[in-house]
Write a protein of this length. Structure first.
Length: 318
């Protein structure tokens, strides 16, 4: 098995005037769970579609499992997955869907035992004989995952697989994906949930208007967050403000901030971690006790906003 499951160089894809992908490079090692994250319209689904061979890039090279993209699609032991929701037959039951897909794909074990094992894995054994028409979004997502697992692919491509899942369903899907990765399957998925990506992915790629602006371990992405906005609550807002204003490297922010009542006496400051820690020391030294002090958004979210330029827009809008 090649140690690199996916290698993309300079991938470009246009839809008319829209440049959906603009020179994308991507390396994913075998057995990795790799997350794609980015604002709406960043190009995640387009990139996943190219990996699945559903579309062809205008420029660039894309190797999937050691072969040019497209060649490994629909083969047993090749690439499987879905973009924009799984394609299922509404009038057929869950079990019938999997059997039908297995026979359509050929060379895939569609026996009742194999199908039931898959349904059990995604927690749908109890509804195996119900028509998919009546399935909830989360149930469809899980059946889509089971369908992708027919034929034991070595690369699994999933567009927002946790979308619509309740907490229990999400845990189950996470467990299935982690077990697959442990057994050597490579998984590339997109998600808007930073917590899901942190829990699941070895590495993430952050896309912004068709370009990769970060690729690497999630922890390294967090380090890109730079200066974080913090919310500070004390019993003496005016006193706290004057201490904050005298703390080197710290800026006191003005204007209304989201998620906070207008007059709860909280103060918003921005600066590097060291300055925020210095502020705590100075507050206590001045006899002011910080009741609450924490970042307004998580480090990962801040990195996302900073690297995709969304933070600047927020700033401009203020
Ligand atoms: N079939 C298509 N025809 C025309 N434009 C398209 C098509 N598919 C994608 N686009 C455009 O390409 C860009 C990237 O879209 P894409 O669906 O890949 O984004 P995404 O990152 O998956 O977004 P989301 O988070 O909303 O799912 C968008 O500007 C979109 O409008
Ligand atoms: Mg998408």
């Amino acid at each position: 098995m090649p140690s690199t499951a996916v290698r993309a160089r300079g991938l470009t894809k246009r839809f008319g005037d829209v440049v959906a992908l603009d020179g994308v490079d991507l390396d994913v090692s075998s057995g990795q769970i790799h997350g794609l994250v980015g604002p709406n319209g960043a190009g995640k689904t387009t990139l996943l579609g190219l990996l699945l061979g559903l579309a062809v890039a205008d420029h660039g090279q894309l190797e999937v499992l050691g072969a040019p993209a497209g060649e490994s699609l629909a083969l047993a032991g090749g690439v499987a997955g879905f973009v924009d929701g799984p394609g299922l037959y509404p009038s057929l039951t869950a079990r019938q869907n999997l059997s039908a897909l297995a026979s359509l794909r050929g060379r895939v074990d569609g026996s009742r035992d194999a199908v039931d094992e898959l349904l059990g894995r995604v927690g749908l054994r109890d509804v195996a004989d119900d028509p998919v028409r009546g399935f909830s979004l989360g149930m469809r997502q899980r059946l889509g995952l089971a369908a992708a697992l027919l034929g034991e692919p070595r690369l699994l491509v999933l567009d927002e697989p946790a979308n619509g899942l309740d907490p229990a369903g999400k845990r189950q899907v996470h467990r299935v994906l982690t077990e697959l990765a442990d057994s050597g399957v490579t998984i590339i998925l997109s998600s808007h949930r930073m917590d899901d990506l942190t829990a699941l992915c070895d590495e993430v790629s952050l896309l912004s208007v068709g370009r990769v602006v970060f690729s690497g371990p999630v922890q390294k992405l967090a380090a890109e967050s730079g200066e974080l906005d913090h919310r500070l609550v004390t019993s003496d807002p005016a006193g706290a403000r004057s201490v904050a204003e005298r703390t080197p490297g710290l800026r006191v922010l003005t204007g209304r901030r989201s998620g906070s009542p207008a007059d709860d006496g909280s103060l918003f400051v921005r600066g590097p971690q060291a300055s925020v820690e210095d502020l705590v020391v100075r507050l206590v030294g001045a006899g002011l006790v910080p009741r609450e002090l924490g970042p307004v958004v998580s480090q990962l979210e801040a990195a996302f906003l900073a690297l995709t330029g969304a933070a600047d827009e927020e700033e401009d809008a203020r």
